[in-house]
Structures are given as structure tokens and as C-alpha cells.
Design a protein. Structure first.
Length: 182
């Protein structure tokens, strides 16, 4: 008979959910720390606990000496975002990475970023995590509730789910006019 071994449980599990945490680094070392964290996660075999390492950047345009210069700017200098399941092994792997000063939180436990705050950061980066599912059918009557056509009624002509837009025929000044709506 094959021997059945009981499942081994980690000593102390802090959280079983995927959450975003913030790691503090020296300003200017964010990309280096991101690379180091990713390397350490691979070496420790923790890909099933650490999912994303993010250094939020935004494109800005400056005018220098009359010339237009585009460059990237860190949105949160000195901080790296890590999406992970927090337990002792994942926490220590990241905490021991060179360049990591500390996790944001109290001394004994990192505090995750709220979903609402993280959605705002991801939205600024152009990443949409959750999309609102609304189904429309061609010919369905609609009433526009916001934007420049607020208060108008019309009928759905075309639905584009990839872009989250619909094309509707709206009666403006006695004529059906095609309008694109979010």
C-alpha cells in the first residue's frame, strides 16, 4: 500500500488572499529592487504566492530649451507595489531582498493597500482590472443619464464590448442622429 502523508501546513499563515502591499526602497532604486524581488521570488520558488511587482510610472512632457521632451516619472518615488499572498515565506523573501527598506504597515505585519486605492493606481496606469458588465441589444430603448446628451432617449444601433461603447440613434431636433456613448 502507498503511504499517505498528512498535508503539511505552514507554521503561521497571515492571509490566504491575493492583496497588494507596498514596499519602501531608496528613491531611485525602484527598478533595481523590482528586478531583485522578481529574481528572489523565482529562486525561492514562490511564483504561486507573489504575482506582480509594479513600479507605477507616468509619461510626462516637458519643454526644455524650446524643445518638447517626453520622459517617464515615478508616480510614487521610493515605493514598489507587490501583489502577493502574505505568509511567512513570501514576507521574508521580499523583506530580505537587497534594497528593500521595509513593508508599509506596522512592525509585525504589513498592511495591504485597499482595493479602492489600488484600482485608482491601476486606472492611472491604464490598467482596468474590473469591468462593469452591462448587456445591450440592437434596437433596445435607452435613456442617456450623463454627458452632453443627458436626458435624451434613443435606441441602440451597435454595441462594442471591447471599447465599452455603444452607438445609439438619438432624436435631436426631429432627426435620428448616431451618437457614441460610454
Amino acid at each position: 500500500k502507498p503511504e499517505i502523508k498528512p498535508e503539511e501546513k505552514p507554521k503561521e499563515t497571515v492571509s490566504e488572499e491575493r492583496k497588494w502591499y507596498v514596499v519602501q526602497t531608496l528613491t531611485g532604486n525602484e527598478d533595481l529592487v523590482k528586478t531583485s524581488i522578481e529574481r528572489n521570488v523565482k529562486l525561492a520558488g514562490l511564483e504561486d504566492k507573489v504575482f506582480n511587482v509594479l513600479v507605477p510610472e507616468e509619461d510626462i512632457v516637458e519643454i526644455k530649451d524650446g524643445k518638447r521632451v517626453e520622459r517617464k516619472r515615478k508616480m510614487f518615488p521610493g515605493y514598489v507595489f507587490v501583489e502577493m499572498i502574505l505568509d511567512d515565506s513570501s514576507w521574508h523573501a521580499i523583506k530580505q531582498t537587497s534594497g528593500v527598506a521595509r513593508f508599509i504597515g506596522n512592525k509585525t505585519r504589513p498592511i495591504p493597500v485597499t482595493d479602492r486605492e489600488m484600482q485608482r493606481v491601476l486606472k492611472q496606469l491604464g490598467v482596468r482590472e474590473e469591468q462593469i458588465e452591462v448587456s445591450f441589444e440592437k434596437g433596445e430603448a435607452i435613456r442617456i443619464i450623463s454627458g452632453p446628451f443627458r436626458g435624451y432617449s434613443g435606441s441602440v444601433e451597435e454595441v462594442n464590448y471591447q471599447r465599452s461603447k455603444i452607438k445609439a440613434l438619438v432624436n435631436i431636433f426631429g432627426r435620428d442622429t448616431p451618437v457614441e456613448i460610454d
